[in-house]
Every structure is written in structure tokens, then in C-alpha cells.
Design a protein around this ligand. Structure first.
Ligand code: DC
Length: 222
């Protein structure tokens, strides 16, 4: 068994690349951002501000998050309701960044994430996988790209879902989330000392997959 920790800022392409790599190496792709997104959606739906720590923490116990891995990728459920298709909006993105700064929320998800890597070969994407969740991961990658490039990719995703946002808004969001995620006290977004830095600003999707696959092959002899 082996594990790949894939960290990096918003819009670096972690999820799409991880999905392809999981297929190639026949391992499971765990998208940890989806777990923070699910929690954010739960509180948004309950009209609770995603920064309101005092209201959020006592309610964590009433949330059950479950995950199901299918051929098409990870499905995520909150209290048995499949919310996978509802978590990719701009509002949920910012909400996820907010709830992820709450230490109790991170602690709430930690065991679930570690357990998944204990029982399966995984590529796990997030912000703190190489630094906190899987410090002994077989391979660690820190995936990044220029903010403008990341915003362009995110805008395309939103447009495909008919979400009406401008490039400027998406860029502002990406930069704000980077700041949020990098400056929080608990498990901030940070490259692990032993992670490979991969900048995909000038790479297309296939080149990025190829590049990362080669690093994994070298490390795992697969
Ligand atoms: O990867 P993503 O854009 O789906 O993540 C949404 C937010 O969740 C992100 O802004 C920060 C947070 N997050 C985190 O703090 N730690 C992780 N391991 C994954 C995501």
C-alpha cells in the first residue's frame, strides 16, 4: 500500500489531476476539500454564519459525514443525504475556507481522513495532507500555479455549471482563500519540507498528470 499527499492552493487543479492519477494507479482519490465544503453547506443551509465558531462547534456532533467511492469519483453525504453536486459553488468555497480555520472542525475530520489512508492506497488532496494528516506519505506533492491561471480554471468550472461570476470576482476569491488558508493558526496551507513542488502554470492537464505520475512511479516503483 502507498499514499500520495497532494496539497496546494485553490484552483491548482488538485482534484481533477488526482482523479486521473487514481484511475491510472488504481487507487482511491480522497478529496478532503469536499469534507470541509460539506460542513460549510450544512451550516449555510441552517442559516449559521460559517465564521460563527460558537454556534458551529456544539453542532458538529449532529453531523455525520460519509463517503462512497465510485468509478466516477467520490460521493459525499451529510446525514445520509448525497450533497456532492451542491458543494462546488463560490459561496460554499468561501464557507469551506471559513469552517476549515476552526480547530474543532479539523479535529472532527482528522480520523476519517487518516483511516481512509490506513485501509486503502490513496491519493489524498487538500491543504495539510503532507504536513499533518499523512506526515509519512509515500509521495508528497505541492501543486501550485499563478493566481491568474488558477482563477481562469475556476471560472471555467463555474461557467460549466452556469454560475454567473466574473473573472475579477473569482480572482479576488482565489487570492482571499489563499490568504485565509495560509494564515490560519491550525494546519495552514504550507509545502511540507519533503514535498515536490510542481508549478502547473505552463502545463496543460495531460502534462501535469504525466509529470506527477512519473514522480509517483519513481517513488513507488509501480
Ligand atoms: O480544495 P477545496 O477548494 O475543495 O477546499 C475548500 C476549502 O477547504 C479550502 O479553501 C480550505 C479547506 N481545506 C482545508 O483547510 N484543508 C484541507 N485538507 C482541504 C481543504
Amino acid at each position: 500500500m502507498f499514499s500520495v499527499a497532494l496539497d496546494g492552493p485553490a484552483g491548482a487543479g488538485k482534484s481533477t489531476i488526482a482523479k486521473e492519477i487514481a484511475k491510472k494507479f488504481q487507487i482511491i482519490h480522497v478529496d478532503t476539500g469536499a469534507m470541509y465544503r460539506a460542513i460549510a453547506l450544512y451550516f449555510i443551509k441552517h442559516n449559521i454564519d460559517t465564521k460563527d465558531i460558537n454556534s458551529i462547534v456544539p453542532k458538529l456532533d449532529s453531523i455525520k459525514i460519509s463517503i462512497n467511492f465510485t468509478e466516477q469519483g467520490q460521493r459525499i453525504y451529510i446525514n445520509n443525504e448525497d450533497i456532492t453536486d451542491d458543494i462546488r459553488t463560490a459561496e460554499v468555497s468561501m464557507g469551506a475556507s471559513n469552517v476549515s480555520a476552526i480547530p474543532e472542525v479539523r479535529a472532527f475530520l482528522l480520523d476519517t481522513q487518516r483511516d481512509l489512508a490506513k485501509h486503502n492506497s490513496v491519493i489524498m488532496d487538500g491543504r495539510d495532507i503532507g504536513t499533518v494528516i499523512l506526515p509519512d506519505a509515500t509521495v508528497k506533492i505541492f501543486l501550485t500555479a499563478k493566481a491568474e491561471v488558477r482563477a481562469t480554471r475556476r471560472l471555467k468550472e463555474y461557467q460549466e455549471k452556469d454560475e454567473n461570476v466574473s473573472f475579477e470576482e473569482v480572482l479576488r476569491d482565489v487570492i482571499k482563500r489563499d490568504e485565509n488558508d495560509s494564515s490560519r493558526a491550525t494546519a495552514p496551507l504550507k509545502q511540507a519540507d519533503d514535498a515536490f513542488l510542481v508549478d502547473t502554470s505552463d502545463m496543460d492537464f495531460n502534462q501535469s498528470v504525466e509529470y506527477i505520475s512519473n514522480i509517483i512511479k519513481e517513488r513507488t516503483q509501480k
